[in-house]
Design a protein around this ligand. Structure first.
Ligand code: PLP
Length: 378
């Protein structure tokens, strides 16, 4: 069997273990300490735009805290991009709130601003004005933030940017995760940088960051005994894994460059093939190309490529299955236009790690080309 080629595997730079050792040597084995502070500082410097960052246990917990900070509570409706991973939507239900799903557009595969406005108007008309909007930069491609922020201002609804897949992506000169009221990052094992598991909430003010940290550490009031006037969470990042994050920050830009180079290589090699399409970057936008995705000309062809890759020990996956078609969310209200269902049916994510060799990419390309030839000759 050939060696496994993964979709997106962790890629250590080299200094991570030093920072982890430092945590052991200084006995900062806790959900606080110098690695946590330094990781937050490095992220704040990298993102710029006066970002204030709270390092947390996961991207999912960051979305949950963003909803808490945005005042989302029992029975409130939250508009959420349908074409995404379930973790974008699940925290809405943790608050006893109700997700309402909005479909995508073809330029970025993210939330369609026209459909979003339809949804807002419909919900307001039904006396259910949404409390927040969760927009996602899927696969690292920035969503149409100018249009979405304009609707946010017009209807006075806060926006949460799920940038779990988009660390390093840039929209009109600003880094993703700094473009709305709250930004969310993930450092899960498959993301562009990883702390094994972890996440962060990006806030607009120091005050909000402090509230986020307060809530993430069990909401302890200022007293010598344990006193609480609010419900808290155990969501803070551990100082041990923050050491991995500190090291990963030193190679983040290399990872972005390597993933973009993967995409360029696939595109160069497959561009001539009529049955394969790539998502281009709109003007003034840089995608980190977290995953290189292709759109094929049919579901059958997509499946035949995927299965042939699987036989060769290469991991490839269909694009995200839209939330409005998931059994768990089927009964939710949704505003759809068939875009995400079409993408789900035809799209495939190709191996995209920053540690792939050119020979790995060539192997993937060879099998895709063979599959298409076989498919056409059948
Ligand atoms: C990974 C991911 C999350 C969740 O992040 P975790 O750190 O795994 O909790 C949320 N949204 C999207 C779009 C993701 O890809």
């Amino acid at each position: 069997m050939n060696k496994k080629i993964w979709l997106s595997s962790p890629h250590m730079g080299g200094t991570e273990q030093d920072y982890v050792n430092e945590a052991f040597e200084t006995n900062w084995i806790a959900p606080l300490g110098p690695n946590v502070n330094e990781f937050e500082n490095k992220l704040e410097q990298y993102l710029g735009n006066d970002s204030n960052i709270a390092a947390l246990a996961s991207g999912t917990s960051a979305i949950h805290l963003a909803l808490v900070l945005a005042g989302v509570g029992l029975g409130d409706e939250v508009l959420c991009q349908s074409f995404t991973f379930s973790a974008s939507a699940n925290p809405i239900t943790y608050q006893g709130a109700i997700p309402v799903f909005v479909d995508s557009e073809y330029d970025t595969w993210n939330m369609c601003p026209i459909l979003l406005e339809n949804a807002i108007k419909d919900r307001i008309q039904k006396k259910k004005k949404p409390k927040a909007i969760i927009v996602v930069h899927l696969y690292g491609m920035p969503a149409k933030m100018d249009e979405i922020n304009a609707l946010s201002a017009k209807y006075e609804i806060q926006v949460i940017e799920d940038a779990a897949e988009a660390l390093g992506s840039v929209y009109k000169g600003s880094k993703c995760a700094t473009l709305a009221d709250y930004g969310v990052l993930s450092f899960n094992g498959n993301k562009i940088i990883t702390t094994s598991g972890g996440g962060a909430l990006v806030c607009k003010s120091l005050k909000q960051k402090q509230v986020a940290i307060f809530l993430a550490t069990q909401a302890r009031d200022d007293a010598p005994h344990y006193q609480h006037s609010k419900i808290g969470y155990n969501y803070r990042m551990s100082n041990v894994v923050a050491g991995i994050g500190r090291g990963q920050m030193e190679v983040l830009q290399d990872h972005v460059d390597a993933r973009r180079a993967n995409f360029d290589f696939y595109k160069l090699e497959l561009n001539e093939i009529e049955e394969i399409e790539f998502l281009e970057e709109p003007k003034n936008v840089i995608s980190n190309r977290w995953l290189s995705c292709v759109l094929t000309s049919s579901f059958e062809l997509r499946e035949s490529i995927r299965l042939n890759l699987e036989k060769a020990n290469i991991e490839a996956r269909p694009l995200w299955k839209p939330m409005h078609t998931q059994p768990v969310f089927e009964k939710c209200t949704s505003f759809t236009n068939n875009v995400s269902e079409h993408l789900f049916e035809r799209g495939l994510c190709l191996p995209s790690g920053s540690n792939l060799e050119t020979s790995d990419l060539k192997q993937v390309i060879k099998i895709i080309k063979q599959s298409i030839n076989d498919f056409k000759n059948n």
